[in-house]
Design a protein around this ligand. Structure first.
Ligand code: ZN
Length: 424
C-alpha cells in the first residue's frame, strides 16, 4: 500500500481542489480523504506530496513508440520510460510501425511487450486500413479484441472519403474513435513547412493551412453522415478549429487535440534546423492564437504530444530530407505550465483536464481520483526549476527543439497501478 499524503489534489472529474490524502492499495485507489484523515495502515509506504499537485494519471493519446521495426529510434521500453519522466501514466501508440499495427497479432505483440518492458500503460491504436495504405479496411474488430483503443492511419490521412466513411460506420458500431491525421496530400505534396513569408524567406516548400482544414471539413461531414466519433489529431490551423467548434455546437461527436509544440512555437521560429520540422508544420501566429483560445474555451479536448522519435542518423540531415517529428513526452507538462497556466490563459484545473479527463473522454473512458479507480497518479511541482537536456533523455532519440530550455514546474513522480515508476 502507498499513502500519498498532503498533496493538493486536483481532479477535474470531481472538481476537487483541496489538500487530500490518497491511499493506494495495489492497483486501485482505496480511499481519498482530507489531509490527515486517513488512518495509515501498518507497513504502508508514505509519499509526502506537501506543496505538490496530485493529479489523475496523465494520458497521452498520440505517441510513436517505433516498436516493432524501428528500435534504433525508440522501443516500448525506452519510450515508456520517457513517458513516465514526463508524468504520463498511459500512452496511446500510433500504428505506423514496421509492420503496421493493422491486425490482431501486431496488436498482441505490442500489448505483450508493454506488459513485459513498459514503465507505463500502453494503449495501442490500430490502423484504419490494411498497411495504412488507404485501400482495404483493416481488421478492426479483431484488433479491438486484442486491445486497440481507437483507429487511425496516422502519418497520413485516411486516403479517400469513401474509405473514411466505411471506417467511421464500422467504428461507430464498435464504439471506437476514428483519429484523423487531417491532411490533403495534394496540397501538402513536397512541403516541409507551413506556407508563408517564412517559407519564402527560407526557400523551403510550404503547405497552406488549408492542407489540414480541407480534410477536417471532409471528415466532420462524414462524422455527421455516419454518427461516428471523429477525433482530429494534432490540430494546428485556425480554420480547422473553427470547424471543430461548429461541429460541437451541432452536437456531433467531434473532438480534437493540440500538441505542446503547436501552442508554443510558430512558423517564424523555423530555421534550417530539422528539429523544427514536424507534420503538421509549425503554423502561423494567428493559428497559435486560435489554438490558445480553443484550449481555454473547451473546443480543444486534449493536449497530446505526438512524441515522434527519430534517431540522429535519420534526423540530423538537411531540412528537406529529414523526417517529420520531434520528441514530446518529457517537455509537455512544463510547456503547458509555461505557455498556458503561468501566462493566465487557462486555470491549472483546466490544464489537468486537458491531460486527464479530456483524453479519457476521447477514448470513451473516464479518469478521476476516487475509491475503486486505477491507482494511476501524476505528481508535479509548480515551482521546481530545471533545464531540459535532451542528451539525458530516456528516449533513444534526441530530436527536440526545446533542448537547453529552462522551465519552472515539472513532474516529480509518476505512479502506475500503485507503483512509483518515476521519481525525481
Ligand atoms: Zn499525424
Amino acid at each position: 500500500m502507498l499513502l500519498v499524503k498532503n498533496g493538493r489534489v486536483l481532479d477535474p472529474a470531481s472538481k476537487t481542489d483541496a489538500a487530500m490524502d490518497v491511499l493506494l492499495d495495489g492497483e486501485t485507489i482505496r480511499e481519498v480523504a482530507p489531509a490527515g484523515k486517513i488512518a495509515a495502515p501498518q507497513n504502508v509506504e508514505i509519499f509526502d506530496a506537501t506543496r505538490l499537485i496530485v493529479a489523475p494519471g496523465f494520458i497521452d493519446i498520440h505517441a510513436h513508440l517505433r516498436e516493432p521495426g524501428q528500435e534504433s529510434s525508440e522501443t516500448i521500453e525506452s519510450g515508456t520510460q520517457a513517458a513516465a519522466r514526463g508524468g504520463f501514466t498511459a500512452v496511446c501508440c500510433m500504428p505506423n510501425t514496421k509492420p503496421v499495427n493493422d491486425n490482431a497479432s501486431v496488436t498482441r505483440f505490442i500489448v505483450d511487450r508493454a506488459k513485459a518492458h513498459g514503465s507505463v500503460r500502453v494503449w495501442p491504436i490500430g490502423a484504419a486500413s490494411v498497411g495504412s495504405k488507404g485501400e482495404a479496411i483493416a481488421e478492426i474488430a479483431a484488433m479491438k479484441d486484442a486491445g486497440v483503443v481507437a483507429v487511425s492511419d496516422d502519418g497520413k490521412p485516411i486516403a479517400t472519403a469513401k474509405l473514411a466513411r466505411q471506417v467511421m460506420e464500422y467504428c461507430r458500431s464498435l464504439n471506437l474513435s476514428v483519429i484523423e491525421h487531417a491532411e490533403d496530400v495534394s496540397l501538402a505534396a513536397g512541403a516541409v513547412m507551413r506556407e508563408g513569408v517564412t517559407s519564402t524567406r527560407l526557400g523551403l516548400r510550404g503547405m497552406p493551412a488549408a492542407a489540414e482544414s480541407v480534410c477536417v471539413a471532409r471528415d466532420v461531414q462524414l462524422a455527421e453522415l455516419t454518427g461516428a466519433r471523429l477525433h482530429v489529431a494534432h490540430l494546428s490551423a485556425k480554420a480547422s478549429l473553427e470547424q471543430v467548434r461548429s461541429a460541437k455546437s451541432k452536437r456531433l461527436h467531434v473532438t480534437c487535440e493540440v500538441t505542446p509544440h503547436h501552442f508554443t512555437l510558430i512558423d517564424e521560429d523555423v530555421t534550417y534546423d530539422s528539429r523544427f520540422k514536424m507534420n503538421p508544420p509549425l503554423a502561423a501566429r494567428e493559428d497559435r492564437e486560435a489554438l490558445l483560445a480553443g484550449l481555454a474555451d473547451g473546443t480543444v479536448d486534449a493536449i497530446a504530444t505526438d512524441h515522434a522519435p527519430h534517431e540522429p542518423a535519420l534526423k540530423d540531415v538537411e531540412f528537406d530530407k529529414a523526417p517529420f517529428g520531434i520528441l514530446g513526452f518529457e517537455t509537455a507538462l512544463s510547456l503547458a505550465l509555461e505557455q498556458l497556466v503561468d501566462t493566465g490563459r487557462i486555470s491549472l484545473m483546466r490544464m489537468v483536464e486537458l491531460f486527464t479527463a479530456g483524453p479519457a473522454r476521447v477514448l470513451g473512458m473516464e479518469r478521476r481520483i476516487g475509491a475503486g479507480q486505477p491507482a494511476d497518479l501524476t505528481i508535479f511541482s509548480l515551482d521546481h526549476s530545471w533545464t531540459y537536456k535532451v542528451k539525458e533523455s530516456a528516449s533513444k532519440s534526441r530530436n527536440s527543439p526545446f533542448d537547453g530550455r529552462t522551465f519552472k514546474g515539472a513532474p516529480l513522480a509518476t505512479i502506475v497501478a500503485g507503483k512509483i515508476v518515476y521519481k525525481h
